[in-house]
Design a protein around this ligand. Structure first.
Ligand code: PAF
Length: 289
């Protein structure tokens, strides 16, 4: 596996692959790899001729009071994991390569970037959309892979790619979980033992809501209350528990027909965690994302 620092070198390496009509898969990441990242890499490796992983802790998607400085960084460990997964190129640029002096462009996706995470983390999705647009332009992949854990990010990126006619297919891969149900996240390393035990509350809340829907509950407020009760049982106070259209993120009142995204965000000790599930009633049963 080659480690590449500059866009020039990246393009020089990928040009012959493209000319030979070999397919390129990209997994954009901020490093601190876990099994969720590995599943995206493995997908990119099996489905493409060339698998590229970008590793860049993007400063523009962190708010002023967020954890940019503390964000876990261990490039040597990440490189080993990517190489073991069969990745061909690890693109790990320095900040100046992505945001050179005088950088003055922001990509803002309206609509789906506004509620939920957008409301709680102002500017976050501008940073995500800007860096993802840049990474897609730098790498020029046929397919780019993202995780369903960041369900809203996935919608923002789909919208971005459609609106700007970026010729890449976006594939969203299932959430990977710890044995007790906690969604894999680079931020889980912030959790001490006590908070780690409480963190399972997010998954428990989603499961309780799913079970209520499977038992016939269709009222969004009632389902939300069930999820909140499960969180409270672990002394977890949510930032939000939202039932919204899975494609639009518009609030819904009843779970009927269209797929519904149940999304939860909560601070557990030092870690801000998010999780979600898609509730579908069209085949009579809810589906786990
Ligand atoms: O999901 C992430 O790790 C980041 O938001 C992404 C997509 C790599 C952009 O920095």
């Amino acid at each position: 596996m080659r480690i590449v620092r500059t866009v020039e070198e990246l393009r020089a390496l990928l040009k012959p692959e493209r000319l030979a009509e070999r397919t390129i898969g990209l997994v954009p990441t901020m490093g601190a790899f876990h099994a969720g990242h590995r599943s995206l890499m493995e997908r990119a490796v099996v489905a493409n001729d060339v698998a590229v992983v970008s590793l860049f802790v993007n400063p523009t998607q962190f708010g002023p009071s967020e954890d940019l400085g503390a964000y876990p960084r261990d490039e040597a460990r990440d490189a080993e994991i990517a190489a073991a997964a069969g990745v061909d190129l690890l693109f790990a640029p320095p900040v100046e390569e992505v945001y050179p002096d005088g950088f003055a462009t922001t990509v803002r996706v309206g609509g789906v970037s506004e509620p939920l995470e957008g409301a709680h983390r102002p500017g976050h999705f501008d940073g995500v959309a800007t860096v993802v647009a840049k990474l897609l332009n730098m790498v020029g992949p046929d397919v780019a892979y993202f995780g369903q854990k960041d369900a809203q990010q996935a919608l923002v990126i789909r919208r971005l790619v459609r609106d700007l006619n970026i010729p890449a297919r976006i594939e969203i891969c299932p959430i990977v979980r710890e044995r007790d149900g906690l969604a894999m996240s680079s931020r889980n390393v912030y959790l001490g033992a006590e908070d780690r035990a409480r963190a399972v509350a997010l998954r428990r809340a989603l499961t309780a809501a799913e079970q209520a829907v499977a038992a016939g509950e269709r009222d969004a407020a009632a389902v939300s209350a069930i999820a909140r009760t499960a969180l409270a049982q672990h002394a977890v106070e949510p930032e939000y528990v939202a039932l919204v259209g899975a494609d639009t993120l518009a609030p819904i009142e009843r779970i009927d027909g269209e797929d519904v995204l149940l999304a939860v965000a909560a601070r557990v000790g030092p870690a801000r965690l998010i999780d979600n599930v898609i509730l579908s009633t069209t085949d009579g049963a809810p589906q786990t994302a």
